[in-house]
Design a protein around this ligand. Structure first.
Ligand SMILES: *Cc1c(COP(=O)(O)O)cnc(C)c1O
Length: 411
């Protein structure tokens, strides 16, 4: 290496990578065709008449395809992954004031989706290796008020559904899968989503399936499907009269335009999953030769990882003597979009004050494993990075090697 190569870009050296990474979203004439089909059909919304015999509505097609994709008997589209959680809780009979056990390491929607309906999130710490909710911590968090557990498949790796199911069965709880990051993932050979009682997905623009905004709820229970459908459709019942409202619901529908994009994007999913899988394998093997960082492993029962994020951790000893923010700044200067990731939800002030309002009590669920990992060790790359070519992945490893070496030289 010449001197200039070793000088960090943050100190004026040459960045490892000047080109960007794969663009997101990815689309072509197929999306255009489907969108135009909706436009010219005049059927733009999720309800109302179909005016032409040659138009087959997009929403039911997308629901059917998605249910097949996840080996689920039923799927209902809704406007996003946040309300999907609220709908799932309500449909499963969880009531305001009940408790739901959630991980602290997730997007805030996992807790807000519950609080929006007055359901109280209780935080159970994560497993130090997988960063997924720890089934033993879940069992310790059960109280007489607990009605449900939300298993979040963070980064696209399934939470341990086998052990979680044992806990929920033993205590008579509903198991909800927040699968917003895990489209296409499998646990012990089965598609996630409907392994628990009910599963929720998101098609917000950063997710692996993108319809701009959008969500889906899957289940194998006809009864739950009917309730979900009803809540999404202002309390109407399937096959009922227009002004017959049997449940309190809202208008949580998506538009035909979103379903059109979703249908087109679904045709790309398998190919994109394979690319992410192969880039992940390459990055894993390159990083295995670098001291100081390790990829986050999926739990043992994982038979397919959805790779929404590439998560890695700084090794404990290294993390103990460097600053995570400074490490990220050095990597970003090298042209690598390394990200800080989540902050612990059990410490979020909006959640804590909302819990206080709903319960009239001060509560703080300590999650030391999550708190330490967030502050010191976890790092992310986003899914589109994994759609880049192999030389991009090699540059990521080069940048890690260069930045980590800079600490050994300077400290
Ligand atoms: C994105 C996400 C959600 C929320 O989905 P939206 O469609 O953005 O409302 C919920 N949970 C997790 C884990 C997510 O990543």
């Amino acid at each position: 290496m010449s001197n200039n190569d070793q000088t960090l870009a943050i100190h004026g050296g040459t960045p490892v990578r000047k080109e960007g990474f794969a663009e997101w979203p990815i689309y072509d004439e197929l999306e255009e065709q489907y969108l135009l089909r909706v436009l010219h059909s005049s059927k733009w919304g999720g309800v109302g008449p179909v005016k032409s015999d040659d138009y087959s509505p997009m929403i039911p097609q997308a629901e059917k395809k998605f249910a097949e994709l996840h080996d689920a008997d039923f799927a209902v589209a809704c406007c996003n992954g946040t309300v999907a959680l609220t709908i799932a809780l309500q449909a499963a009979g969880v009531r305001p004031g009940d408790e739901v056990i959630v991980p602290p390491y997730t997007f805030i929607a996992t807790a807000f989706g519950a609080l929006a309906y007055g359901v109280i999130p209780v935080f159970a710490d994560i497993d130090e290796n997988t960063l997924l909710i720890d089934p033993e911590a879940v069992e310790r968090a059960v109280t007489p008020k607990t009605r449900a557990v939300i298993a979040v498949h963070i980064a696209g790796a399934p939470a341990d559904l086998t052990k979680l199911k044992e806990v929920t069965t033993k205590h008579g709880l509903v198991l909800i899968e927040d699968a917003a990051q895990a489209v296409g993932a499998e646990w012990e050979g089965r598609k996630i989503g409907a392994i628990g009682d009910i599963g929720t997905f998101s098609f917000q623009s950063s997710k692996n399936l993108n319809s701009g905004e959008g969500g889906m709820i899957v289940t194998n229970s006809r009864e739950l499907w009917e309730r979900v459908w009803s809540i999404v459709n202002v309390g109407r019942i399937p096959g009922g009269a227009w002004y017959q409202h049997e449940l309190v619901g809202q208008n949580y529908r998506i538009t035909e335009f979103q379903a059109a994009i979703l249908l087109a994007q679904m045709t790309r999913l398998e190919e994109q999953m394979q690319i992410r899988e192969s880039r992940t394998a390459l990055l894993d093997s390159l990083l295995s030769t670098i001291d100081g960082i390790s990829p986050v492993p999926a739990p043992e029962g994982t038979t397919k990882h959805a790779h929404h994020l590439y998560m890695l951790t700084l090794d404990k000893e290294f993390a103990g003597r460097i600053d995570k923010d400074e490490f990220i700044r050095r990597m970003n200067a090298e042209g690598i979009p390394l990200a800080y990731g989540y902050v612990p939800l059990n410490q979020n002030r909006a959640i804590l004050s909302s819990i206080r309002e709903w319960t009239g009590q001060e509560r703080y669920d300590a999650c030391p494993v999550c708190e330490e990992l967030c502050a010191k060790r976890v790092l992310w790359l986003h899914q589109n990075v994994l759609l880049s070519d192999e030389s991009a992945i090699e540059d990521i490893a080069k940048a890690f090697r260069k930045v980590i070496a800079s600490y050994h030289v300077n400290t």
